[in-house]
Design a protein. Structure first.
Lengths: 688, 163
């Protein structure tokens, strides 16, 4: 028999802390090598009597083992075999125990195993295994406890205990963005679920595949304002791709399959599954079959674009005189960046990406003009404004890109490729709409372009001369480097970061000036490398997202570029990093103020800095050390690079760089509100 | 312009709230809304009338189609169609007005379905314009209560909205 010690974690149904058992000798604290920890040997399923029940409340209601020794203590007594009709709905009541019984099977007359019998909670754990989910991020609580118990009794799906549910969604989101696979979150009802809302909205706005499993009060209590009850399906309705409520435990495998299918296909997005506590009760078991496929009559995402439209588009592309490719996050999530790079290189056309599309085309290539929009590069905004053809792929003409839509690209025809028809002609009318996934449309375009020459090569040369002219105009004038004894410029920090990490790190950001600087001055040559909350603009996103990425890519450099405002929104996750030994690097561009808010106040409110400065900042150095991590404070330029080298020396060590930067710096270029693409402020004194 | 959009919707809990929520969330109008199960118990038919220019209507239909619970939809106003609405009205029917109400009811081919000494309950079907005209005609007599179902509609000819 093994002894246990107790660890307080979670919310109890009566508000008291819950106690879950943990084996003695299993160190919670930082495993030096996370991968080894993650692949640690199986924790044996607790058997009867192994877990002392004292103080564990209803977690541990062990009873004496079954007298039927051959069947083992975990056998349920099952009557009635599944017989065609009502398959899976057959209810099997566990006669003996309520915990520690992961599986049973129905048996045919010869006593052979047929279909597996599982409780709702075990079905969820089992489904996640079968679906290949490696990590699930979450926080336990009353309504989710059956599920937590099921997760405890297996070791394939690793649960990461965050310190706030919002961080769970951001971590799963970060993982999904970096890997292209759906992230998975498990939270309890009420506050657990509502805390996750910001993260769900973040994923929704950026079309990130994610499945959020929410505990819910037992079905008979729904609508009675029960303890920790929230109508989370109602609350999240406008910010999910779809949501489900489980109404019978036997539905669980199919509903979960649908949830993952919906989240990851078509235009991806978050899916919420609301699971009342009685659906996961350990006493009732149903047949579990992993559904390999799922079909929904009302959901058939397009798999290819309309050939006629694509032909028409390619004709226009070949005939264009001043073309620009404008591509977005859809190319990244649609895994189409290789095709895009091929197509654009073949044509020799300029390309600009949105913030979400950064890296889909290598930024170090001459044809890449950088990213466009409010703080996009001068040459990309100028090129867009003067273009005669815009080829938009997987982008949605967001207001941060177009500026005033009435003045948007007055001379351009627009080809718009998007997997979501409702994105086409939503804000800007498309001349050639193509509904289809970026990858297949691009591949079809490549095959149509091959063997054809562009109609006006001389016009293209002229167009490039113009673009190179715009480039040269701003060369060396992007910002003023700091002088001796002056505060560091945030741009310098990002450029140094890019050098030290050779442009290969996963860079997550929070939201504000530092986000724009990271996107402007780090050069991304690969997709999925800039992980940022583009649509919702969620402060606090970067750090937990970095955590989610680092756990899945332990051998890569993962750095969170943040500011002291954003970091304080999610800094409790330092504790999670400590628990799981997550070696992310944090670069805190500390200007002691909410930089972007301050910039707007400088520009529009005569520098009245209403609540945009941060009084009483913590001593980040001491704060980080309190968690047992390394912190380095950087005040001057010559300290910067050595500090970065030191930070990235060990891939598995969390290091926090507190870089004191110039609070007066602004992000430029900046489009003039209500203007055209080309109307920009270029510095504090220049404008177009 | 006014459009009538008919939708086949999964007969699931919460499906209706997704449709209605979409309209408020995206700042679209709902003029009338009518929903009931069809001959296939797994499907409901929902008919919504809305007002907007072509761009708005295009967005409405695209966003509706995007909802997972929406199986199929048609903008009936794109072709010939029949639209009907049912209305129950309680009107004052006292003294000389009692005969006048009866005559107007006949003119509109409506029916009196309930009677008390002081009022008639009238049932009338037709398109929205006819119902509005009836209410206008009844206004001087005194309308006590109105219950309208909202527009329901179906395409003329061979076109069928089904799976």
């Amino acid at each position: 028999m093994e002894s246990c010690q107790f660890l307080i974690c979670g919310r109890g149904s009566n508000g008291q802390p819950l106690i879950t058992a943990r084996r003695v000798g299993e160190s919670l604290y930082p495993p030096k090598d996370f991968r080894a920890w993650a692949n640690r040997p199986t924790w044996p399923t607790p058997r009867h009597g192994e877990l002392p029940c004292k103080g564990a409340g209803d977690l541990c209601r062990h009873k004496s083992p079954s007298p039927d020794k051959s069947a083992g203590p975990n056998r349920a007594i099952c009557q009635g075999l599944a017989s065609g009709a009502g398959l899976g709905r057959q209810r099997h009541t566990a006669a003996l125990d309520t915990a520690g019984c992961p599986a049973d099977r129905t048996r045919d007359l010869q006593g052979r195993n047929t279909v597996e019998l599982l409780s709702g909670a075990d079905m969820i754990a089992r489904f996640l295994q079968d679906e290949g989910i490696e990590y699930i991020y979450g926080y336990p609580g009353g309504a989710a406890l059956h599920i937590y118990d099921a997760l405890f009794r297996q070791d394939k799906v690793k649960h990461i205990l965050v310190r706030h549910e919002q961080a769970a969604t951001h971590a799963a989101d970060g993982y999904a963005r970096a890997s292209g696979k759906p992230g998975c979150v498990l939270v309890t009802s009420g506050p657990g679920a509502t805390n996750a809302v910001t993260g769900i909205a973040t994923a929704y706005m950026d079309s990130i595949p994610m499945v959020v499993l929410c505990g819910q009060v037992a079905s008979h209590l729904i609508g009675e304002d029960a303890f920790q009850e929230t109508d989370i399906v109602g609350v999240t309705r406008p910010i999910v791709k779809h949501s489900f409520s489980i109404r019978h435990p036997s539905e669980i495998p199919e509903v979960l399959k649908k949830a993952f299918y919906l989240a990851a296909t078509g235009r991806p997005g978050p899916v919420v599954v609301d699971i009342p506590k009685d659906m996961t009760a350990p006493t009732e078991r149903y047949e579990y079959i992993y559904p390999k496929k799922v079909k929904m009559r009302s959901y058939n995402p397009v798999t290819r674009g309309h050939t006629g439209q694509i032909k028409k588009a390619v004709e226009m592309i070949l005939k264009a005189k001043r073309p620009v490719f404008y591509t977005g996050g859809g190319v990244v999530t649609g895994k189409a960046s290789e095709g895009l790079t091929d197509l654009v290189k073949q044509l020799g056309y300029p390309i600009t990406t949105t913030l979400m599309g950064i890296g889909a085309y290598p930024q170090s290539d001459r044809q890449c003009l950088g990213w466009l929009g409010m703080h996009g590069s001068y040459e990309s905004n100028m090129a867009m404004h003067h273009a005669d053809l815009i080829v938009a792929i997987g982008a949605r003409f967001d207001d941060r890109v177009t500026n005033s839509t009435s003045k948007f690209c007055p001379t351009a025809k627009i080809i718009h490729v998007d997997v979501d028809p409702s994105s086409i002609s939503k804000t800007v009318r498309a001349d050639v709409p193509i509904v289809g996934p970026a990858s297949s449309v691009i591949n079809e375009m490549i095959s149509l372009v091959q063997g054809h020459k562009i109609a006006h090569p001389e016009a293209l040369t002229e167009w490039w001369e113009k673009i190179d002219g715009w480039r040269a105009d701003r060369e060396g004038k992007l910002y003023e480097p700091s002088k001796v004894d002056e505060a560091l410029k945030p741009q310098e920090v990002i450029e140094a970061l890019c050098r030290v990490t050779r442009g290969e790190a996963y860079v997550t950001t929070d939201v504000g000036q530092h986000q724009m600087f990271a996107a402007q001055y780090y050069k991304f040559d690969k997709p999925n490398r800039l992980i940022t909350s583009g649509g919702l603009g969620t402060m606090g996103f970067g750090f937990p997202a970095a955590m989610g990425i680092k756990q899945n890519y332990p051998d890569d450099d993962v750095v969170c570029v943040t500011g002291e405002g954003s970091f304080q929104m999610m800094m409790q996750e330092l504790s999670t990093c400590k628990q799981y030994g997550v070696g992310v690097k944090i670069v805190n561009l500390n200007n002691a103020s909410l930089g972007m808010v301050r910039q707007w106040q400088d520009l529009n409110y005569k520098s009245r800095h209403a609540h945009s400065y941060m009084e009483s900042l913590p001593d980040f150095h001491m704060l980080i050390e309190a968690y047992g991590f390394t912190a380095i404070t950087v005040n001057t330029l010559d300290e910067l690079e050595p500090a970065l080298e030191r930070a990235f020396a060990d891939k598995h060590e969390l290091v926090f760089l507190d870089v004191k930067v110039d609070p007066h710096e602004h992000v430029y270029p900046m489009q003039v509100p209500l203007g055209a693409m080309r109307d920009m402020l270029l510095s504090k004194t220049e404008r177009t | 312009m006014r459009h009538i959009i008919s939708i086949l919707l999964e007969n699931e809990p919460g499906a209706l709230s997704r449709v209605v929520g979409l309209f408020s969330q995206r700042n679209f109008n709902i003029e009338t809304l009518n929903v009931a199960p069809t001959e296939d118990p797994s499907l409901s038919r929902l008919t919504v009338t809305t007002i907007g220019d072509d761009r708005v209507i295009e967005q409405i239909t695209k966003h509706l189609n995007k909802l997972i619970d929406v199986v199929k939809l048609v903008d009936l106003t794109e072709g010939n169609h029949i639209e009907r609405e049912l209305m129950l009205v309680k009107v004052k029917a006292l003294g000389a007005a009692r005969d006048e109400v009866k005559r107007t009811v006949d003119i509109f081919r409506a029916q009196i379905v309930d009677v008390t000494p002081s009022l008639y309950t009238v049932q009338i079907t037709g398109d929205a314009g006819k119902l509005d005209a009836f209410l206008q005609a009844m206004a001087p007599v005194g309308i006590l209560e109105v219950a309208r179902t909202g527009v329901s509609g179906i395409a003329r000819g061979d076109k069928v909205l089904s799976l």
